[in-house]
Design a protein around this ligand. Structure first.
Ligand code: SOE
Length: 395
């Protein structure tokens, strides 16, 4: 099958002048501020016509020179060291929170109360209590609100979701996921906010584990109980004491009866951004590896002819009939990690323009909160050495 519809994009040219613009306010100019801004630039021409045309209005960050430079580099009209100026800016309609974890609650709630639609980076809170408070307060305002779990917006992962939802894969028996990085292997790597409970809440768990926990919930369903280990291998680094986990592993039972293993670490030599999961089902199995994000390994029982040719085959996810691909290039001309944010933020703008729900494909604030309940249960299980039941609060 070919990607011929790519060549016919643009038929909606006549409509595009009618598309309203929407003002974007950003908190954070580092990694996530940059990744999200990059996506806002691309949305305006990748999705055609776009649901809304993002206008980069105001960016906030802690360092005045750095945030002013970020505004110039990224194309924001204004910069400030006080996020309240962004929240109260009448030209801002969407508040995008890419700040550190201790800056999620107050600015996001203030923005929602000021009538701005909000998207907040993960983990939604440093604890489940904090995330619950954020979700409850924002829910009262009625704005569109999203948790920034960008992996849901990888075409190959969305394809797995489709294959689970339409029954192709049958019932899930195992979900095995890991997220490994290496940036803390060297004990001389300096301390930073990410290594303190005060600013981050937890370590590899909330930062990396949150992604695979969210995928577990998105693809398999609700975890019901968990046992776990955590470890901090280097407790003192130049510039500070580390009081969060370098790594965790956990064994999960899902409400459906499926079993899962989850592990994340920042001290895995050679692992750059290794997020991988394997799902075994009653009808086959799939394997996803973030570092080969446009591929999906698929094994469907009984579909490979010949007894000696059974096994996984590699599907290149780049056809127009694959999720999101009608917006991109002819098949085989691959997209990257950054483009998951294009899909994610377009999902938000589309929900705003057409008054559609964020879920089930976008992560709601309830999804963000539930993920933190699982993180807390993992920490409790590791501290007590006892399996923990997970319970979720409702509004
Ligand atoms: C940590 O190194 C990090 O940047 C996470 O914070 C992101 O969520 C992940 O996608 C990549 O790694």
């Amino acid at each position: 099958m070919s990607s011929s519809s790519f060549f016919t994009q643009g038929d909606a040219r006549a409509d595009v002048d009618e598309v309203p613009s929407i003002g974007i306010g950003m908190l954070g100019y580092a990694f996530m501020g940059r990744a999200h801004t990059n996506a806002f630039h691309k949305i305006g021409y990748t999705f055609w016509p776009p649901a809304l045309r993002p206008r980069l209005v105001h960016i906030a960050g802690r360092n005045a020179d750095a945030v002013a430079e970020a505004a110039r580099r990224y194309g924001y009209d204004k910069s400030t060291t006080d996020w309240r100026e962004v929240v109260n800016d009448p030209d801002v309609q969407v508040f995008d929170n890419g700040g550190p974890n201790d800056q999620h609650l107050e600015p996001t709630v203030a923005a929602a109360r000021a009538g701005k639609h909000v998207i907040c980076e993960k983990p939604l809170g440093r604890t489940a209590d904090e995330a619950f408070e954020l979700w409850s307060a924002v829910a009262e305002t009625g704005v569109k609100a999203m948790t920034a779990f960008n992996y849901r917006f990888f075409p190959a992962i969305r394809l797995v979701k489709e294959m689970l939802d339409d029954g192709t894969l049958g019932e899930v028996r195992h979900f095995r996921a890991r997220y490994h990085q290496e940036w803390l292997v060297d004990p001389e790597t300096p301390a930073s906010w990410r290594l303190t409970k005060e600013a981050a809440g937890s370590g590899a768990l909330g930062d990396l584990g949150a992604h695979i926990i969210d995928l577990a919930r998105y693809l398999v369903g609700e975890p019901e109980s968990v046992s776990a280990n955590t470890a901090t291998f280097v407790e003192d680094r130049p510039g500070g004491h580390v009081d969060v986990d370098d790594a965790f592993d956990a064994v999960v039972r899902f409400e459906s009866g499926a079993l899962g293993t989850l592990e994340a670490t920042r001290v895995a030599p050679g692992r750059k951004n290794h997020m991988r999961f394997e799902i075994s089902t009653t009808k086959g199995a799939v394997i996803f590896d973030q570092e080969r994000m446009n591929e999906l390994k698929v094994h469907l029982i009984g579909t490979t002819p010949g007894d000696h040719a059974q096994g996984f085959r590699t599907v290149l996810v780049s056809e127009t009939y694959h999720p999101y691909w009608e917006n991109w290039w002819p098949h085989g001309h691959m997209i990257g990690w950054e483009d998951s944010f294009v899909h994610e933020l377009e999902h938000l703008l589309s929900a705003i323009r057409h008054d559609k729900p964020i879920g089930p494909h976008g992560a709601t604030l309830e999804d963000g909160y539930r993920c933190t309940e699982i993180c807390d249960a993992i920490l409790r299980a590791a501290d007590t050495g006892e399996r923990q039941k997970i319970s979720y609060r409702g509004l």
